[in-house]
Design a protein around this ligand. Structure first.
Ligand SMILES: Nc1ncnc2c1ncn2[C@@H]1O[C@H](COP(=O)(O)OP(=O)(O)OP(=O)(O)O)[C@@H](O)[C@H]1O
Ligand SMILES: [Mg+2]
Length: 275
């Protein structure tokens, strides 16, 4: 592939293994931080059946991805204006069909995203929890995967499980860790070191630390006000950490390295399925 045809959009997936560790909170706030620094950002709510980015923002989408998939609208028509200029691509809430998309329907979703114009500088995907097909299909598209962990054994074990699957089954190599809701930076860094040590030893895969986000009580206020933490409590330690994570993601691996069309990042079986 020539450099001229390099894809303009850098795609970052936020995943975790275990649920409830802060993927939605972080993907939304990192998206806002990137947008505030002048980047065009699309936040894709990839928790397709239980989507809740729009809920956090107090938005009621008239159309969502399920309408686009059913041919009732284009995917561009589902986009919402989120905070700080972030565009939000809403999934569907409480929709079992969307939670159980077939491989060919997932491929259709990805093809529709490929057709979005103008292409944003960044697309962040909140993949939802677990290691199911939807999560791994979305995460494998990404230029890098941000794995969110909390300082608790189940979160660490599930994060390792996800990393192992993504690396061994799908060849993912660019994995950044965010330790969220940490008691303090030192504890957070220790959690990262433990995880990276295990990944290096058993998978031969060193992990990068994208950042440690401390526990922040103002997240409750931000959620109540349907705002990001960056505007609700811009000087909080967590907001500062989130801006640093966004800056680190910008400098660590600038640009996208995968094929231009996301559908070309899928395996041959899925691509054939879509034709
Ligand atoms: N650093 C933090 N300090 C305090 N509360 C936080 C922090 N990060 C996240 N939270 C809170 O933890 C809860 C879970 O966060 P969130 O919904 O983002 O997790 P999730 O990983 O997306 O969950 P799910 O797997 O269910 O989608 C939310 O109420 C959120 O506001
Ligand atoms: Mg979530």
């Amino acid at each position: 592939m020539s450099v001229a045809s390099a894809p303009p959009t850098r795609l970052i997936a936020f995943s975790s293994g275990k649920g409830g560790v802060g993927k939605t909170f972080l993907s939304l706030n990192v998206a806002a931080a990137l947008a505030m620094s002048g980047r065009s950002v699309l936040l894709f709510d990839g928790d397709l059946g239980l989507a809740n980015v729009h809920v956090l923002l107090g938005m009621q989408p008239k159309l969502d991805l399920s309408d686009a998939l059913a041919g009732r609208c284009t995917i561009g028509q589902t986009l919402l204006d989120g905070p700080s200029g972030v565009k939000v691509l809403p999934g569907a809430s409480g929709n079992r069909g969307m939670a159980e998309l077939t491989t060919s329907e997932m491929t259709q979703v990805i093809q529709a995203i490929d057709g979005l114009t103008p292409a944003p500088d960044y697309m962040l995907i909140d993949t939802g929890a677990g290691i199911g097909t939807q999560v791994t299909t979305l995460a494998r598209l990404a230029d890098s995967i941000v794995v969110v962990v909390r300082d608790e054994p189940a979160s660490l074990a599930d994060a390792y499980g996800l990393i192992k699957v993504m690396h061994q089954d799908f060849g993912s190599r660019n994995i950044d860790i965010v330790v969220n809701d940490a008691a303090d930076v030192k504890r957070g860094e220790a959690v990262y070191h433990r995880l990276s040590q295990v990944a290096t030893q058993f998978l031969g895969l060193p992990l990068t630390l994208a950042g440690v986000v401390p526990h922040e009580n103002a997240t409750v206020t931000a959620t109540r006000r349907r705002e990001t933490l960056l505007t609700a409590a811009p000087h909080s330690a967590a907001a500062i950490a989130i801006r640093q994570i966004a800056a680190r993601l910008e400098t660590s691996r600038a640009g996208s390295s995968g094929p231009r069309f996301l559908v070309d990042r899928l395996g041959p079986a899925e691509r054939t399925d879509a034709t």
